[in-house]
Design a protein around this ligand. Structure first.
Ligand code: SIN
Length: 486
């Protein structure tokens, strides 16, 4: 089958990847992969069951000891080969992402660069997983601390970054010496399967990576985490699902890293460079078709510049070209499915019912494909329903403020704490506001912060643990202390 753009996906693997082999699922069930821009089925792949999840855990368990004992330099070089493999196949992988996710081709290519970089960064970290040695205060013994791999890791990844949300977990997990079982999302499994194939060609040994898409996520997960070899769960997705996975993981006291939902405040002070603030707002809101957990969800704008900001943001949003991501003029692709459109539409309607004014957009154009118009809402109340939920779509609610303390209180009046943005020409003010925003990441005069070399993660119900940076690889390690005399 091929997409409307003529991209041939016939050669992409469509089976489960277990123990280094491509196999059919034990139930014969299939997953239909839909292009959200055309609503056409572009492929059908094998769906895994609980039994397949267990088989994958068995395969990972078999591979675990040898991979953990593989010298760090060798693991590092394999990771460097993985970086090269993704880089060499960037164009084809970007096509695959646009075909199954819908994001504009340029964004898909950017995602592959970002995804590959996790391998390069972690190849460098793999040979620097260091411990410490000290002397007990009593002088009785030495205190040796080192960091062995945690063991088999189950990874559940989301559809919004079909490649990068896998590699952000996978690269450090492999670098630290763990074998993994991945459940890619049913919406975008093709990119995951192709990446599995490329990484195997790049030298990742049999059984170290296992990939099992499924239609029965709950049962799949329950089976996987009940396997005795599984020691850790790494999840990116909604807070609601994260809470469920945490409860299940608690039964076996598994280590967890959770990258959950966001509700990012984007604060613009009256002294900000307005051109830069609007440009940053467009990036923070619209990056990857507005379907990121880092997306600006609430725009707090000082009243002195509110009207001008709204006008300029409205013009920038109205100029966005919405359509099929393979069309080179398109800068915003479709939402992932109809239920996303319904959810966004419901939030916009409730904001309007609560007094907000639509500056631009405000509807789905209808017709084929899951599209929603880039929308700006002005006059939004800081406690309106739309400010309490992650929109995950191209809608920018703007809230005017006069008093900084009241604005900070409203910005923090959420259980989420992933990211915040501040625009001001006074860096001291920017830093002090950053310190007061309860979020794991802050952009000052920047609309994007993601970087493989930086610790990505949230405070409050936005998550536990960090991905990326040096912290990211230690998440996949244990800490062992040895008291020794000599
Ligand atoms: C996400 O939306 O989950 C990740 C966004 C990013 O890495 O920038």
């Amino acid at each position: 089958m091929s997409t409307a753009a003529g991209f041939d996906i016939a050669d992409i693997p469509k089976q489960l990847f277990i123990g280094g082999k491509w196999v059919d699922g034990s139930s014969g069930e299939r997953i239909a992969v839909i292009d959200p821009a055309t609503e056409e089925q572009i492929a059908e792949i094998a769906a895994g069951t609980s039994a397949d999840a267990i088989a994958a855990c068995e395969a990972a368990d078999k591979a675990q000891a040898t991979w953990a004992a593989t010298p760090p330099r060798t693991r590092s070089e394999i990771l460097r080969n993985c970086f090269q493999a993704l880089t060499d196949h960037a164009d084809a992988l970007a096509n695959l992402i646009t075909a199954e996710h819908g994001k504009p081709r340029a964004d898909a290519l950017g995602e592959i660069t970002y995804a590959a970089e996790f391998f390069r960064w972690n190849a460098e970290e793999t040979v620097r997983i260091n411990g410490t040695i000290g002397t007990a205060p009593s002088g009785a013994n030495k205190i040796l601390v080192h960091h062995p791999p945690v063991g088999v890791v189950v990874m559940i990844t989301p559809w919004n970054f079909p490649a990068a949300m896998i590699t952000r977990k996978l690269a450090p997990a492999l670098g630290a010496g763990n074998a993994v079982v991945i459940k890619p999302p049913r919406e975008t499994p093709l990119t995951a399967l192709r990446i599995g194939e490329l990484l195997t060609e790049a030298g990742v040994p049999e059984g170290v990576i296992n990939i099992v898409p499924t239609m029965s996520s709950g049962e799949w997960f329950d089976a996987a985490v009940s396997h005795r070899a599984v020691r850790m769960v790494s999840f990116t997705g909604s807070t609601e699902v994260g809470r469920h996975l945490l409860r299940t993981s608690a039964d076996r006291v598994l280590k967890v890293v959770m990258e959950l939902g966001g509700n990012a405040p984007f604060v613009v002070f009256g002294d900000a460079d307005l051109d830069a603030a609007v440009e940053g707002a467009m990036i923070a809101k619209m990056r990857h078709s507005a379907q990121t957990c880092t997306a600006a969800n609430r725009f707090f704008v000082e009243s002195s510049i509110h009207d001008e900001f709204v006008e300029r943001l409205g013009a920038a949003m109205a100029a966005v070209k919405v359509g099929n991501g393979f069309d080179p003029v398109v800068t915003c692709g479709p939402m992932i499915n109809q239920s996303a459109i319904d959810n966004i539409g419901g939030l916009v309607s409730s904001a309007v019912a609560e007094g907000a004014k639509i500056v631009t957009g405000g509807a789905s154009p209808g017709g084929t494909g899951f599209f929603y118009e880039p929308t700006v809402l002005a006059g939004v109340k800081s406690d309106a329903a739309i400010t309490c939920e992650e929109i995950f779509g191209p809608v920018a609610p703007v809230i005017s403020f006069d008093d900084t303390d009241t604005m900070i209180q409203a910005a923090n009046d959420t259980e989420m704490g992933l990211i915040g943005y501040v625009y001001t020409s006074d860096l001291a003010r920017g830093l002090s506001i950053a310190e007061r925003i309860q979020a794991g990441m802050i952009g000052i005069n920047r609309g994007a912060v993601s970087d493989p070399a930086a610790p990505f993660g949230g405070m409050k119900q936005s998550g536990l643990g960090r991905e990326g940076a040096s912290e990211g690889i230690y998440e996949f390690c244990e800490t062992q202390y040895i008291a020794a005399n000599w």
